[in-house]
Write a protein that binds this ligand. Sequence first.
Ligand code: NAD
Length: 411
Amino acid sequence: MSQTSFDIQRAAVIGAGTMGRGIVMCLANAGVAVQWVDNNPQMLEQAIASVAETCAHNVRQGRIDQAEAQSRIARVTATADYAAIRDVDLVIEAVYENLELKQKIFRELDGLLKPEAILASNTSALDIDAIAAVTRRPAQVLGLHFFSPAHIMKLLEIVRGAQTSPAALDAALALGQRMGKVSVVSGNCHGFIGNRMLHPYVLEARKMLLEGAYPHQVDAALQGFGFAMGPFRMYDVVGIDLEWRARELSGKGQDAPEVQVDNRLCELGRFGQKSGNGYYHYEAGSRQAEHDVEVDALVLKVSEESGFQRREIGPEEILERCLLALVNEGAKILQEGIADSAHDIDLVYLNGYGFPAEKGGPMAWADQQGLADIHQRLLALETRQGDHWKPARLIGELAAAGKKFADSETV
Ligand code: NAD
């Protein structure tokens, strides 16, 4: 890419937690000088040490030499003071997932930075337009949604706000390429492409626990299909408590039947891998998920208390409901123009969510099944289980025209 006013040489990262650490490493590894801010000095000190440790680990593994490690470390500077970042080309904010906090930071950054600088948020789901709206430069505001661990996961969702300029998007795409990421542009909606699709997928998985399945059965079916991990193993890795605390804080959704198993696990301090117990048991120091009969007993109790008549749920039903939930939401994302193509949706699921590579992604998988068949199967689920299975308009249209998602731009 030619040198433009948006060519990113210097950046700042706000937040030195889980995501900030990975993002700083991505930038430093790509040759970008980084100023690092966190309002907790101890956190920043630990974060700087963790970057040095990761570089040392890479040297020990023979991935980089000592000189390269030194250059990467030298590119990262901790600073306690926002004034020190006034000349950067890009800021990536990675503080707590709270709109008011992010808006406060963006307002301050907007007043401080040169007008052409780009302001990005690593939010997982918040409204980029609501963040951009507090600045005088909405054309230069976008989302850069990294996946955890950010220096390892390939996917980068670049979130286009209503006013984000093509030049700012180009600069973000060029940076993504420099960092070796698979970048996918997403429109602005709750959860963007990946997490928005994850929501109905996980909802089906959780409902099936209440109706008769156990976590290890749901995970086994999806892992049998080829997913890197099923939804409950995934929650153990991410931390079951994150959504629990978010529901608690917002006062929303905590009473929904499908989150009662999560709630009980969290009340017992079973947050996932990090606490040694979650949907599975983990021996000290191990990441091996072990089937735990106490969890099965808890699932049984919650579903009986919620008035469910449990029934046998086999792997076929698990796959049908989880996969079709992904495909139907993917189709809505496509018809709304949130994703530019079915291929982009597939890239998100292949590179960020462990969808089996040989199946090509959820949309390619649906194309292989045939959209007329997918349409019929969704209608059957709608009849059996209700309105939320109503097929996306696009699926009906493509099926009627004998087309695929891959042809959807031409419909
Ligand atoms: P975290 O809790 O690990 O870290 C947040 C950091 O922000 C802390 O170090 C805290 O001291 C700092 N901070 C808080 N307020 C600040 C302020 N006013 N100024 C400067 N620093 C401040 O959080 P995280 O998991 O790294 O998540 C950060 C963001 O990334 C969130 O928006 C989250 O939704 C998003 N995200 C998280 C993940 C994930 O898997 N953890 C994945 C994708 C996106």
